[in-house]
Design a protein around this ligand. Structure first.
Ligand code: ASP
Length: 336
């Protein structure tokens, strides 16, 4: 039976693409992965950062970013990568999240966290926790095993018990350095009541954003909030859109003076600029952090990633603990 030229062309194209599929190396089918983390932004006094402390902080950041990346290269989800990285930072006393959380004005700890799955627009958040060892795990349980987005205080801890999430005595979170920071803040407050929340009061919040092999993005953030906070103050960290946000094109985790991040809905604003204006995550994040937030007096920074794995980590403070592994596998750990 004669075969038309058109059919012949179609058949040839089909066999070439089948040949391509069979012969392409397995990794060419996979989406590239990338991850960025932060360990807080603020005034990092070089004098108070001894060599030993700096290298311990760098080592913890590197361990966390590599743990998240290992999940991604194994084909696990960006949610798993974000949780794994944050878990390590929550367990380290050097960061203001989990162990090492700052003190409230009453000498207690109140922890907040949030996680968001950008592909499916699911989110979970917790606030005002006293006894949950790893708030990020509870935030994830709220997202995956409850009908809600945000749980707080005693109710959140009752839910943690039902979910078999580890609870610890409140003294677990104590560290001498954070206690000293509270004393300094309260001393300063006596002289100048408006200085109750000095700049270094909010250094050390942790967060992560990641892109997995399925092209899906997630973001997570965990914090003890601000030293000397009172009256049940909650910051931007657990507020979806303020300190934490992810959609299909963009994921953001923020750190800094939460009140400013809440008023400017920073994390959502960055992703909205990407979605509606077609900005790159770098342009969007830099405009929001370096121009808008800065002009209002809001100090801090963000880590952002897009669906191609491009990372931007702008901050308007003296420093921001941060680390990343990009789509080429390049590892970076930086402070200033
Ligand atoms: N943004 C956090 C808060 O205001 C603090 C921080 O990022 O260090 O609670």
């Amino acid at each position: 039976m004669p075969i038309s030229i058109r059919k012949l062309t179609t058949l040839t194209a089909l066999s070439f693409s089948l040949f391509g599929l069979v012969c392409a190396p397995a990794h060419a089918q996979k989406q590239q992965v990338a991850i960025a983390i932060h360990g807080g932004a603020g005034v990092i006094e070089r004098a108070s950062l001894t060599k030993e402390k700096e290298s311990a902080i760098r080592a913890a950041l590197e361990r966390a970013v590599r743990a998240g990346y290992a999940r991604l290269t194994k084909g696990e989800s960006s949610l798993d990568a974000v949780s794994a990285a944050i878990l390590i930072l929550e367990d380290s006393p050097y960061f203001n999240a989990g162990k090492g959380a700052v003190y409230t004005a009453d000498g207690t700890h109140e922890l907040d966290a949030a996680i968001m799955d950008g592909a499916h627009r699911r989110a979970g958040a917790v606030s005002g926790l006293h006894r949950v060892k790893n708030p990020i795990l509870l935030a994830r349980a709220v997202m995956e095993h409850s009908e809600h987005v945000m749980l707080s205080g005693a109710g959140a801890e009752a839910f943690a018990r039902l979910q078999n999430i580890t609870l610890v005595p409140p003294s677990y979170f104590d560290t001498p350095e954070r206690l000293q920071a509270l004393r300094d803040a309260q001393q300063l407050e006596k002289v100048n009541p408006r200085a109750a929340l000095p700049h270094r009061a909010y250094f050390g919040t942790v967060g992560a954003v990641a892109l997995d092999q399925s092209g899906e993005l997630s973001a997570g953030t965990s914090t003890g909030g601000m030293t000397n906070k009172r009256f049940g103050r909650i910051g931007d960290t657990p507020i979806i859109g303020a300190g934490t946000y992810a959609d299909r094109n963009c994921a953001v985790s923020a750190t800094g003076h939460g009140e400013y991040f809440m008023r400017s809905v920073v994390a959502y604003d960055i992703c909205a600029r990407v979605a509606y204006r077609g900005s790159s995550v770098r342009q969007a994040a830099e405009t929001v952090i370096l121009d808008e937030l800065k002009s209002q007096g809001g100090e801090g920074g963000v880590i952002t990633i897009d669906s191609a794995g491009k990372i931007a980590m702008p901050f308007n403070s003296a420093g921001m603990y941060r680390a990343s592994i990009d789509v080429d596998g390049h590892v970076s750990v930086e402070i200033f």
